[in-house]
Design a protein around this ligand. Sequence first.
Ligand code: FE2
Length: 439
Amino acid sequence: MSGIEQTRKAAEGLAHSAGFGNEHSSEAVPGALPHGRNSPQRAPLGLYAEQLSGSAFTEPRARNRRSWLYRIRPSAAHPAFTRTDNGTLRTAPFTETVTDPNRLRWDPLPDPAPGTDFLAGLWTLGGNGDAAQRAGMAIHLYSADTSMTDRVFSDSDGELLIVPERGGLLLRTELGLLRAEPGHVALIPRGVRFRVELLDATARGYVCENYGQPFVLPDLGPIGANGLANARDFLAPVAAYEDREGPVEVVNKFCGNLWSATYDHSPLDVVAWHGNHTPYVYDLRRFNVIGSISYDHPDPSIFTVLTSPSDTPGLAGVDFVVFAPRWLVGEDTFRPPYFHRNVMSEYMGLIEGAYDAKATGFVPGGGSLHNMMSAHGPDRETFERAGAAELKPQKIDDGLAFMFETRWPVTATAQAAGADHLQRGYDAVWQGLSRDFRP
Ligand code: FE2
């Protein structure tokens, strides 16, 4: 069997544990999970007990995150890490370029050099905040044609929200296996080790690295107890372990740099675990889209899947927002997203199809950045079409777009600001809007 066939076989029929932020538990071998205590004098089956904390010990119960892992060797059994090349990965604070007030748009990343895996294929577009202060976020893209083999990655700087756009991924994490196809998102919590294997010949997509508070589901307010992303549709893995001796490179992203150590065993050796600091996948097509059934277009916050809160109520470090298939029925309403200027900064990407505010130029794998207070909205063609459209009920079903919306302006990396695939002349999409004022 080829590598891809083996990976596809491993990804078939995976079991999951459903729910968001709840206490999961799983054991790959019966009896591996201790009962009644987390750290017995001797853990079952000769395993080592280890706590992985995703929040301070003392954070309020609703925000407290930790998982207990029962593993073949403790994580502490490793040699020293040494610096390794950061490749095209960059980290906040972003100081390579002057923060640009202009509207920017990129075509998809060029194809990777043959032999590029997910980690080597990470390419940072920009971001904000300061990873060491655990505040802000980074926007990465990835493009890969090779599975990670004999190496494992973990990110001490933040959690990783992976948004595949082309090609499926099998994520082998410490807590078990997850499959993420285009249209799904996968989250790897801070510090959790994982390996990415490809389910197709190539893989491409987006990653939000969130240095701040972990993503949670937004409050629903008057919407009520259900709606938007429902907690039961988030799927954590079940325990699955590698009992593998031999050299494995472990790469740790720490305060912006990559550090590498060669272990004499696989660190994906967790036989049982319980807790709420877990990876998960979510199918964006499960999103319960809520919108107007009378007039006007609600603010796009109505499409929030996940939010990373800040210390200011309602002000997110970063929101993850999806523009999923939906009906538009507003009467006497300009139905595409309206013109606006926003104190928040918006990076948009496209997973498939088209986006209803942009007729051309915004393509799957590409992205746009509308920084704080930059004026944007429908392009001229979309504006003219929507202003003349007959307002019968209309299904938007040919696209899946998303937004990383963040509290601080995004500074581009030098490689993004100077990229060949940066579109020159993006401003032109708003030129030629006619002057129709008739006092
Ligand atoms: Fe916007």
